[in-house]
Ligand binder design. Structure first.
Ligand SMILES: Nc1ncnc2c1ncn2[C@@H]1O[C@H](COP(=O)(O)OP(=O)(O)O)[C@@H](O)[C@H]1O
Ligand SMILES: [Mg+2]
Length: 305
């Protein structure tokens, strides 16, 4: 984080306009309220806020992975491709959406590592992404790409022949990140991707994500309740409270000059941020474990949509 962090909002890759999501029932919850947000090409946008404020609902809404009783009540999400065309995600049908998801926008959720099929090798599961989305690719190229992907996220190529149970949680989550990167997406949405992992592994993976972002130029919406971590890795941060974005600014401005009362309280709630020297920049990783999200449900949804 530094004051001169470049911002890319002049060249947006995703624009979210007046986006609202309700959980409809006897008591209807307005989980996301009139959110307006722009994700710049190649930007890491942090989304912070306490458990239950609507972060995951927003993520699922952007990628159209919501299930009933969730209902998008207002607004829309536009994707602007690097080739120059724009798609309104709310108008895409099932097939188009499925294609879109891994190809243009991919996702990594907290429980993603548990969604690997235990009886299928890592190679076969990675290969599946290419078989489904790049049917013209030769077998040799597929296998080579799968190996490259693993190495990219810091897992040895030889692990291709492993089964998920032979890998640690951190390695399995890396495999999921590799899978999310497989098709060179322009946007990755990461919802608490490292929260279930221990602090050292979390740190390694975050370094990997920021390095790959510089290398490959994808944009990231990085969601976590862990504000110190977001301050470290984000270009800009949006603070969410009770379904609304209450503040949006560069990480540096947000930290040094928070405007909203809630942002101030949130900052104050992390002891590592209030130390005299503000040394969170080097040490501020929290290992709170909150808010388990499972990818299995999402995959089932994708499979049946
Ligand atoms: N399937 C559901 N049915 C009803 N309400 C839900 C459902 N999922 C989430 N909610 C409610 O929506 C709000 C936002 O939840 P969520 O998006 O999971 O927050 P976060 O990810 O920030 O912890 C919460 O009040 C939660 O109770
Ligand atoms: Mg959540």
């Amino acid at each position: 984080m530094n004051p001169s962090t470049p911002r890319h909002i002049a060249d947006p890759v995703v624009t979210i306009e007046d986006f609202s999501i309700d959980y409809v029932g006897q008591v209807t919850t307005h989980a996301v309220k009139n959110v307006k947000l722009t994700l710049g090409r190649g930007e890491i946008l942090g989304l912070a806020g306490e458990s239950g404020c609507g972060k995951s609902t927003l993520a699922y809404g952007i990628t159209r992975l919501l299930k009933p009783p969730a209902l998008i009540s207002t607004g829309h999400v536009d994707f602007h491709s690097r080739e120059g065309w724009t798609a309104d995600l709310s108008t895409l049908s099932g097939d188009e959406l499925r294609q879109f998801r891994w190809d243009k926008i991919s996702m990594v959720f907290q429980g993603a590592m548990n969604s690997l099929n235990p009886v299928i090798s890592i190679r076969a599961q990675l290969e599946d992404v290419f078989t489904a989305h790049r049917p013209g690719m030769s077998r040799e190229e597929r296998v080579r790409k799968c190996g490259d992907l693993l190495e990219r996220v810091g897992v040895e190529r030889s692990r291709l022949s492993s089964f998920p149970h032979e890998l640690s949680g951190g390695m399995r989550q890396r495999v999921m990140i590799a899978m999310a990167m497989a098709l060179d997406p322009q946007v990755m949405i990461m919802d608490e991707p490292t929260t279930a992992l221990d602090v050292v592994v979390q740190r390694e993976i975050l370094d990997e994500i920021t390095r790959l972002r510089s290398e490959l130029g994808f944009a990231v919406i990085f969601i976590t309740h862990d504000l110190p971590l977001l301050l470290e890795i984000s270009d800009r941060i949006a603070v969410m409270k009770a379904g609304e974005i209450v503040e949006l600014n560069s990480a540096y401005e947000l930290y040094t000059n928070p405007q909203n009362e809630y942002t101030k309280r949130l900052l104050a709630s992390f002891p590592s941020l209030t130390g005299e020297r503000g040394d969170f920049i080097r040490t501020g990783v929290s290992d709170d474990r909150l808010n388990e999200t499972t990818q299995t449900e999402i995959d089932q949804e994708v499979a049946t949509s």
